[in-house]
Write a protein that binds this ligand. Structure first.
Ligand code: ATP
Ligand code: TZP
Ligand code: MG
Ligand code: MG
Length: 270
């Protein structure tokens, strides 16, 4: 996979304007919809159990996010997920805060057991907990990193039978055989709530137009992290409010040439 392939996937997202069905949390709903529009996708949030399956089957990708769980939403996630699986629509899962409470852990396990998840994306603590390993987690934010993230991604991908994306200062993508490290991003992303959740939905947009989930995930991370770097330059020290606005502008304006200039990733094994 090379940087030109990544910039052409960005152009394909913009040309195809894929429908991304999100069942996400109440904190990030508006930011997620605006971020998907900015990158060139078509967002829809549809939570009612009466329509979740119908919406998922016509979508290019389904994104399930556990941020503010309720039993009603879990029911809709399972209905939407089963429909997506039947119709070969990729399912992207963000297990927000798994490990922080027993309810979150049980729900993540249920989703992973009952659905065929294409890509799981979380911080290191979430991925470790989703894969049944112990790792400190503070609410929905990553605890201190305390291990080899690359090995964690690899083993989680095998255990969960899903392409695994771990984000943080560096991002890792693994399918258990080949593993990539992505160096793009900016610390200001950690000061905007929903930066991780929107990223998961952007992975949905790329998965809708690229069948290989490893390629879709690597491309999303490179484009997203590069857009953050450009936004941080424009923020010029003013802080997260300005950065959030500049980041949306940057997702909208980032060009193939920008991606090729900023993009930094390598295959780290396999
Ligand atoms: P958390 O709940 O721990 O904040 P999250 O779900 O919000 O996690 P992040 O891990 O913060 O997700 O990832 C969101 C984006 O922010 C990714 O593109 C990632 O590369 C980027 N990112 C996170 N931390 C840093 C950092 N210290 N430096 C650069 N980029 C970062
Ligand atoms: N509480 C429940 S969901 C949520 C919070 C603060 C948003 C988390 O967003 P992200 O993308 O993980 O920072
Ligand atoms: Mg965050
Ligand atoms: Mg998160």
């Amino acid at each position: 996979m090379n940087i030109q392939e990544i910039s052409s996937l960005l152009e394909k997202v913009r040309e195809s304007n894929p429908l991304v069905h999100n069942i996400t949390n109440v904190v990030v709903t508006n930011f997620t919809a605006n971020g998907l529009l900015a990158i060139g996708a078509s967002p829809v949030m549809a939570y009612a159990h009466e329509e979740a399956a119908d919406m998922a089957k016509i979508a290019g990708a389904l994104v399930l996010n556990m941020g503010t769980l309720t039993e009603k939403e879990v029911k809709s996630m399972l209905l939407a997920g089963k429909s997506a699986n039947q119709h070969e629509v990729p399912v992207i899962f963000d297990p927000v805060g798994v490990g922080a409470t027993a309810y979150r852990t049980e729900t993540a396990k249920k989703i992973l057991r009952e659905l065929d998840i294409t890509i799981i994306r979380g911080n290191a603590a979430e991925i470790a907990n989703a894969a049944g390993q112990q790792w400190n987690i503070k609410g929905v934010d990553a605890g201190e990193a305390e291990g080899n993230i690359s090995e964690l991604a690899k083993s989680a991908a095998k255990d969960l039978a899903a392409v695994t994306v771990i984000t943080g200062k560096q991002d890792i993508v693994s399918d258990g055989r080949s593993t990539f490290t992505i160096n793009n991003g900016h610390p200001l992303l950690t000061k905007v709530t929903g930066a991780g959740c929107l990223l998961t939905s952007v992975i949905g947009a790329f998965s809708a137009i690229e069948k290989d989930p490893v390629k879709a995930a690597v491309a999303s991370l490179v484009v997203y992290g590069s857009a953050a770097e450009i936004a941080a330059e424009k923020t010029d020290g003013r802080g997260p409010g300005t950065f959030q606005l500049e980041f949306l502008n940057s997702l909208y304006n980032i060009s193939a040439a920008d991606v090729e200039l900023h993009g930094s990733f390598e295959r780290t094994n396999g």
